[in-house]
Design a protein around this ligand. Structure first.
Ligand code: FEO
Length: 172
């Protein structure tokens, strides 16, 4: 049985992951309206991944005899200043998520909840990957600066990246 404190922490994490999915969906939609189809495809995919992160937690909480609660979510922002702004925000958001995950891991150790601790390691690894990816994309954007041709290629390459990431996850 899942201790109540751990159940509450995991429910809070469900909200964090669901909120991430909402934010990236809003980013994707905005990017699409700006003709940034590669960026939009990448962010739609990223939003789906975050929903999967939330779902994985929902299933775990219920499997362990808890009750995963589907949370209310505040409205995400509607517009951004451009691609660089999007990825800066995404990076900041992911570092916050990492902080939240670390808190859950800390609590598991404190409460000697080793099963949940083990389960959370998947999220710890995922955060390393996501932060590294966001950092790489920001570095590229900084290199490109305001160059329109460079931004065009960046947007085009992003569409391919989501496919590559999905394949990697499937072990292909
Ligand atoms: Fe599921 Fe990007 O944190």
């Amino acid at each position: 049985m899942l201790p109540k404190k751990i159940e509450a922490a995991l429910n809070a994490q469900i909200q964090t992951e669901a909120m991430s999915s909402q934010i990236y969906l809003a980013m994707a939609s905005w990017a699409e309206t700006q003709g940034l189809s590669g960026t939009a495809a990448f962010l739609y995919g990223h939003s789906d991944e975050e929903r999967m992160h939330a779902l994985k937690l929902v299933k775990f909480v219920n499997e362990r005899g808890g009750h995963a609660v589907v949370p209310a979510l505040p409205a995400p922002p509607r517009t951004w200043k451009g691609i660089t702004h999007i990825f800066q925000e995404l990076f900041v958001h992911e570092t916050k998520v990492t902080g939240e995950i670390n808190k859950v891991v800390d609590l598991c150790l404190k409460e000697k909840e080793y099963t949940t601790h083990n389960f959370m390691q998947w999220y710890v690894s995922e955060q390393i990957e996501e932060e590294a990816l966001a950092r790489t994309l920001i570095d590229k954007l900084n290199m490109i600066g305001g160059d329109k041709g460079g931004l065009y290629l960046f947007d085009r390459d992003l569409a391919g990246m989501i496919g590559a990431k999905a394949k990697e996850k499937q072990g292909a």
